[in-house]
Design a protein around this ligand. Structure first.
Ligand code: CO8
Length: 258
């Protein structure tokens, strides 16, 4: 496997594990880190041996935001010409599922990166926030849009306008994270959940992800129509026959990804 300077990459069975690793800067997201994460995700997406990805950080920080020192002197034409931040969107466009396992700070771009993943598993130490307003800017990688969809207008507005952080308990209560686990168990638990997903039929997993994501982008009627078409199409897959036969025969299914 290629070596990287800002992340650590491992595989655990069918799970690809990416650990953000710029400890001296609390995993601040610079352009090198973005490039490395995208390169690894490109590889995982193409690798049939990988069924699910986990992105995590350190005990202290998932990521404390975009790298302020790297961006502070940027001009408007520079950020426009290089299409600053757009490369991050590719995390949200991935077809295989990605779980964010968040301990410590997930601030600014760190919170936005977590929200680009398919769901967030949080340690009890997690703290989420969009503090960009304190830097004289606003969230730029989806924070004003995704946070609002997760937690509603009132809380999103308060967080974006004041920069207040939300702790793990509040984040679970308002639906930003799927579950909170003790910090010491976070990565193990995330890999366990990812392994369960990776053992399912991969095309079914990917179609399910696509269908849930459709609910963000379309009307209810269109979304239901999309779901129904994909659901019907699943009866053309061997994995549907296998999954239902296994249930009837009281055995574990052996999915073949077709
Ligand atoms: N960028 C660069 N360096 C950082 C960042 C950052 N975002 N956050 C922390 N660091 C560095 C500090 O400068 C410090 O370095 P040094 O030791 O060389 O002085 C080191 O990390 C440790 O940080 P602190 O000493 O500040 O640690 P504390 O425990 O005292 O405080 C905090 C932790 C509260 C997290 C504090 O570091 C902080 O407020 N950080 C900045 C948080 C922030 O404002 N984030 C938003 C950044 S803007 C943004 O994300 C725009 C989004 C655009 C999209 C990005 C693409 C995904």
């Amino acid at each position: 496997m290629a070596s990287y300077e800002t992340i650590i990459v491992e595989t655990r069975g069918k799970v690809g594990l990416i650990t953000l690793n710029r400890p001296k800067a609390l995993n601040a997201l610079n352009s090198q880190l973005v490039g490395e994460v995208n390169a690894v995700l490109d590889g995982f997406d193409k690798d049939p041996a990988i069924g699910c990805v986990v992105i995590t950080g350190s005990e202290k920080a998932f990521a404390a935001g975009a790298d302020i020192l790297e961006m502070k002197d940027k001009t408007y034409p520079e950020s426009y010409l290089e299409d600053f931040i757009t490369a991050w969107d590719r995390v949200a466009q991935r077809r295989k599922p990605i779980i964010a396992a968040v301990a410590g700070f997930a601030l600014g771009g760190g919170c936005e990166l977590a929200m680009m993943c398919d769901f967030i598993l949080a340690a009890d130490t997690a703290k989420f926030g969009q503090p960009e307003i304190k830097l004289g800017v606003m969230p730029g990688a989806g924070g004003t849009q995704r946070l609002t969809r997760f937690v509603g207008k009132s809380k999103a507005m308060e967080m974006c306008l004041t920069g207040r952080m939300m702790d793990a308990a509040e984040a679970e209560r308002v639906g930003l994270v799927s579950r909170v686990v003790p910090a010491a168990d976070l990565v193990e638990e995330a890999v366990k959940v990812a392994s369960q997903i990776a053992d399912m039929s991969m095309p079914t997993v990917m179609m399910t992800k696509e269908s849930v994501n459709r609910s963000y982008e379309t009307t209810l009627a269109e979304g239901i129509r999309f779901e129904r078409r994909v659901f019907h199409a699943m009866f053309a897959m061997a994995d549907q026959k296998e999954g239902m036969a296994a249930f009837a025969e009281k055995r574990k299914p052996g999915f073949k990804n077709r």
